[in-house]
Design a protein around this ligand. Structure first.
Ligand code: BTN
Length: 260
């Protein structure tokens, strides 16, 4: 999957660098990694806490030949890949990690990875169009790996693999595993140009399934039961007498009593 890699000790944002490289013609599979980011970008204009050598900060340039409206599914492809990679790396050597229960590693739709109800990974997909066609996509992944503490404002909802597993992990091994898994799910996605070939697997990892969720739609909040996802990646929410299909973008989903 990785065709070329650029590594930086410190950078403003790997997504920003990947966008620059893509504009200059970087090929599909170009990966940018950094030990630290000084202006890590999160979703909805938030920042991403990027302490030096604690987490993984990486962005890949993708040039898929798919229709523009299918691009948002790549975020779910990435979430599936990261969930599998974390499970693999955290469980490979279980000798000092015996109490890890894979049931507690889950995906919060569409693309947060949650361990013991705390966010350990965020994904930011940025799309550049040439007319109506995809010029490139930058897929940015931030994973809290060996962090021991977090800024006050996210300390209640964020955690790291190290804090949850009770041991530090090799960031480089995890980077390799994420892109190995991404290649698998990306291939499945390309076969059908939707997520039907791993829809069940994604749903098995979906947090809040069959539970009440609050949908923070800018057009109006509502509460319903999360039933699963469609083969194009929308969250299915059953409200009183109605079924709604939630697509990513501006909409956020929360548990009834907080983040999940
Ligand atoms: C989120 O808000 O959940 C998405 C966070 C994405 C953070 C990653 S870290 C690597 C890449 N570079 C950035 O500036 N952002 C993404």
């Amino acid at each position: 999957m990785i065709t070329k890699r650029y590594h930086f000790e410190t950078i403003d944002s790997t997504n920003k660098k990947a966008r620059e490289l893509a504009t200059e013609g970087a090929v599909h599979g170009t990966l940018v990694t950094a030990d630290a980011q000084v202006s890590g970008i999160g979703r909805r204009g938030r920042s991403w806490s990027s302490e030096k050598e604690a987490g993984i900060y990486m962005s890949m340039v993708l040039r898929p030949e798919i229709e523009t409206d299918k691009a948002s599914m790549l975020t779910l492809v990435a979430a599936m890949a990261v969930e599998k990679a974390i499970a693999h790396i955290c469980l490979t050597d279980t000798s000092d990690c015996e109490d890890i229960d894979i049931g507690r590693l889950m995906i919060k739709w569409p693309n947060d990875i949650v361990l013991n109800k705390k966010k350990v990974c965020g994904i930011l997909t940025e799309l550049s169009l040439e007319g109506r066609e995809i010029e490139y996509i930058v897929l940015g992944i931030g994973i809290n790996v060996n962090n021991k503490e977090f800024p006050e404002e996210i300390s209640q909802t964020a955690s790291s693999l190290s804090l949850e597993c009770g041991r530090d992990l090799d960031r480089e091994l995890l980077i390799t595993e994420v892109w190995k898994q991404f290649a698998v799910y990306y291939e499945l996605f390309l076969q059908t140009e939707d997520i039907s070939l791993f829809q069940e697997e994604y749903e098995a990892a979906l947090i809040n399934k069959e539970e009440n969720v609050k949908v923070l739609d800018p057009l109006g909040e509502y509460i319903g039961i999360a039933k699963g996802i469609t083969n194009t990646g929308e969250l299915i929410v059953e409200t009183a007498g109605d079924v709604r299909y939630v697509s990513g973008g501006e909409v956020s989903v929360r548990g009834m009593y907080g983040y999940v």
